[in-house]
Design a protein around this ligand. Structure first.
Ligand code: PLP
Length: 394
């Protein structure tokens, strides 16, 4: 069947939740993907920051195949070897003492919110359940994570949403401080806002938030679903800012393409969960954790993350130089390999033009073109994208 036929069936059988590009992708390797007609694209979206090691990384594929032959699922009624090993790796490379596994970013954030509330109830005293979150944030599509999300366009129509999530402007420490009440138990934010338009906070902001949480006895919860797993040039994004959270959520890049989410916490906070307080049937299953273990092992190899940071700096400075020369580009921004161009007009024609030239990029809001290439992207591939942009933005 050709692409048109597949697209007709897609529209016939699937719920109309997505505005999809007219592309049927069937194969991937590294930064490259191919459509059903054999046309090649350089993927600067990486499945929305999921394929951080590139498409079908050989170590990840091998780990999945090996695990598939051995054991797929047993449930958390039993101890699971790949789950234990992945948890140990995550603890060794981060602030965390303990890990809980689930299946997606929204589910990890649900878990973080439940952990914060049960911790507050058991150990903070008073009636503290509010978690302050940020305008422009994105935390997922379940009812509670929608309530936490600071974007009207994704919340609209689903009210009433669960209460307990006041929103304050991102990057504004004073507003955050003013929003703290006797009911506040924590603050939840992204270290760089992803869906909100690749917004890097002002230099001292995250340190300020950490200090405020410490001073006022609040939990610092970081949604690293997009910024984690090497995206900012450090294993977790907050490590680049030198801050210490209590809870961090991961998903997207953790399974190299396989669905998995994780909730990381300090010993102090994690003890609020007891047998029976939280669970997931599929969470931490052998297959997803075997993939995750391969991803973390690859990513923490000597020199890998430094390479990401270097490529990110190279890419960003080239985008900034482009922004200076092109009237239709308002700003280039980002960190590591989470980069964006904010345009004076809509991003859709630029994304379509790139696609015609064989490059995939993704929007973030109406006017932002976002680049989230595999962290294994080469300088040559970055240069190819840059010259296509240069030519297009004439
Ligand atoms: C993608 C994303 C989520 C939601 O993850 P899902 O796996 O789609 O549920 C949550 N938070 C952030 C920061 C994200 O980028």
């Amino acid at each position: 069947m050709d692409a048109r036929q597949w697209m007709a069936l897609s529209e016939r059988y699937l719920m109309p939740t997505y505005r999809r590009y007219p592309l049927v992708l069937v194969r991937g390797e590294g930064t490259r993907v191919w459509d059903v007609e054999g046309r090649e694209y350089l993927d600067f979206g990486a499945g929305i920051a999921v394929c951080n090691l590139g498409h079908c990384h050989p170590r990840v594929v091998e780990a999945i195949k090996e695990q598939a032959d051995r054991l797929l699922h047993v449930s958390n009624l039993y101890h699971i070897v790949p789950q234990i090993e992945l948890a140990r790796l995550l603890v060794e490379h981060t602030f965390a003492d303990r890990v809980f596994f689930c299946n997606s970013g929204a589910e990890a954030n649900e878990g973080a919110i439940k952990l914060a509330r049960i911790y507050a109830r058991r150990f903070m005293g008073g009636e503290r359940y509010e978690i302050i979150t940020m305008r422009g944030s994105f935390h997922g599509r379940t009812m509670v994570t929608l309530a936490a999300t600071g974007q009207e366009r994704v919340r609209k129509g689903f009210e009433p949403l669960p209460p307990g999530f006041p929103h304050v402007p991102y990057g504004d420490l004073e507003s955050l401080e003013r929003a703290i009440t006797p009911r506040t138990c924590g603050v939840m934010l992204e270290v760089v806002q992803g869906e909100g338009g690749v917004v890097v906070p002002p230099g001292e902001y995250l340190l300020g938030v950490e200090g405020l949480c410490r001073e006022r006895g609040l939990l610092l919860i970081l949604d690293e679903v997009q910024t984690g797993l090497g995206r900012l040039g450090t294993f977790l994004g907050h490590q680049a800012f030198g801050i210490n959270p209590h809870i961090v959520t991961l998903a997207k890049g953790l399974g190299g393409g396989v669905a998995i989410g994780a909730l990381l916490a300090t010993e102090e906070v994690a003890r609020a969960f007891q047998p029976g307080t939280h669970a997931s049937t599929f969470g931490g299953n052998p297959l997803a954790c075997a993939a995750g273990r391969a991803v973390v092992e690859e990513m923490t190899r000597e020199g890998f993350l430094e390479g990401v940071a270097r490529k990110g700096e190279y890419f960003l400075s080239a985008l900034k130089e482009l922004a200076c020369r092109k009237a239709m580009v308002k700003e280039a921004r980002g960190m590591g390999l989470m980069l964006a161009l904010e345009l004076e007009e809509g991003a859709a024609p630029v994304i379509a033009g790139l696609m015609e030239r064989g490059f995939l990029a993704i929007p973030s809001g109406d006017r932002v073109v976002r680049f989230l290439p595999p962290l294994t992207v080469t300088r040559e591939e970055i240069d190819l994208l840059l010259s296509a942009l240069d030519e297009m933005l004439e």
